[in-house]
Ligand binder design. Structure first.
Ligand SMILES: O=C(O)[C@H](O)[C@@H](O)[C@H](O)[C@H](O)COP(=O)(O)O
Length: 394
């Protein structure tokens, strides 16, 4: 069995096929922002054919770009194979029975918490994106640790850029496993002028801030306090309100942030510098769940959720227009447990709304997918150029 050995890192045991596949997509980009803070590593290439099967890989936080945003002239840019079905539109919305779709495993993807075909779902305009997202990087790190280090570098780089340009940095974070990855941010208190940071939440559970389920609590303990981000610049929800009022109050908090710190785009949505999202097994991001009204919303900044499929049931969430107005958006997915949903979102075109993560398409900003060997394990990145494997509508 082929066993790659990363220097000083725990042994990783991906399947030979997947290794071959990942190796075929391995390219280390010299100009990646994560290199901004330190000199380029050796730029070693992986010698997959070394006699004893052991492979000496480059320094752990070097991400492999699974998609080359600047292919050689005359060659097409390899991109996530979300085929575009132009000009088709179902005025009356999607037919209720089509709420699900075939997964790579052949089984029909579940509708989360379905009350039965067509029940309790919000029909979405059967509108596929007219154009592909042009500014996407799909980064694969060796493992969760190097991924967390890579995430910290992307955040610090975005912070440095924003503080230089407008004297402040606005960061939106999510809950779940991402909080652990964010702890790296406080590792080096000199890495950024944290007094210039403003932190808000992509979604929050409608619980007390001392409640273990509170995303604020998790982030506060993981890095906000350690980093010394001013309390008046961390926008936590107001406790003890019914969820509808919590959402209104939170939207009010964000609306009161000056346009110097939080500019608005031409549609009046806030332009955060960086929005970080986790992804759930059903493809939800923030608290935007499959086939839900909040996911279809095109107005408003913050919405209440009273029947979240993921406990706790009461939450508030930013809307998609707010997420897609951001300068940069990062979807963070580490570990084998994410492999199935990552493959579905990146390689299988779903009906709009049934995989909310597929609707994360920054209007003008940049989109990063931060993956590791586990979460990228089901991707067929080596075949993204293959029109048979990934047919395109245009
Ligand atoms: O409050 C929440 O629950 C989150 O913000 C949610 O959107 C999370 O990011 C995903 O569910 C992924 O969570 P995991 O990474 O823990 O699977």
């Amino acid at each position: 069995m082929f066993q790659p050995v990363l220097q000083g890192q725990p042994k990783v045991t991906p399947s030979a096929g997947r290794v071959a596949q990942n190796l075929s997509a391995l390219r280390v980009r010299p100009d990646h922002p994560s290199r901004a803070h330190r000199p380029a590593a050796s730029g070693q290439t992986v010698d997959a054919t070394s006699s004893n099967g052991a492979v000496v890989a480059p320094a752990p936080t070097e991400p492999q770009e699974l998609q080359d945003p600047s292919p050689a002239p005359g060659t097409r840019r390899a991109s996530p194979r979300i085929n575009v079905i132009k000009g088709t539109r179902w005025e009356k919305g999607i037919p209720p029975v089509m709420g699900a779709h075939l997964m790579a495993s052949g089984s029909v993807a579940p509708i989360s918490v379905s009350k039965g075909a067509g029940q309790g779902i919000t029909p979405h305009m059967f509108l596929y994106p007219e154009k592909e997202i042009t500014n996407t990087s799909i980064l694969q790190y060796g493992n969760g640790d190097s991924g967390a280090a890579g995430l910290a570098e992307i955040v610090q780089s975005a912070a440095a850029d924003a503080i230089e340009k407008k004297g402040s940095f606005t960061l939106v974070i999510s809950g779940g496993s991402m909080i652990k990855a964010l702890a790296q941010l406080a590792a080096d208190s000199t890495a950024s002028d944290f007094s210039k940071w403003h932190v808000a939440w992509a979604d929050e559970r409608n619980v007390a801030l001392s409640n273990p389920d509170s995303n604020f609590k998790g982030a506060d303990e993981a890095f906000l306090q350690k980093a010394g981000i001013p309390a008046q610049q961390t926008y936590a929800l107001k406790e003890g309100l019914p969820v509808d009022e919590t959402a209104k109050e939170y939207e009010g908090q964000l609306l009161r942030i000056s346009q110097q710190v939080l500019p608005r785009n031409s549609a009046g949505f806030p332009v955060f510098d960086l929005v970080l999202l986790g992804i759930g097994p059903d493809g939800h991001v923030a608290s935007l769940f499959p086939n839900r009204s909040q996911t279809a919303a095109r107005k408003g900044w913050v919405l209440p959720v009273s029947d979240s499929p993921k406990p706790p049931s009461e939450r508030i969430t930013l809307t998609l227009p707010v997420i897609n107005a951001a300068k940069e958006v990062g979807i963070v997915a580490f570990g084998d447990g994410k492999a199935e949903i990552v493959q579905r979102v990146l390689e299988v075109q779903a009906l709009p709304g049934s995989l909310p993560a597929q609707l994360v398409r920054p209007d003008e900003g940049k989109l990063y997918w931060l993956l590791d060997a586990g979460s990228a394990g089901n991707l067929r990145s080596g075949k993204w150029e293959d029109a048979k494997a990934f047919p395109r509508s245009t």
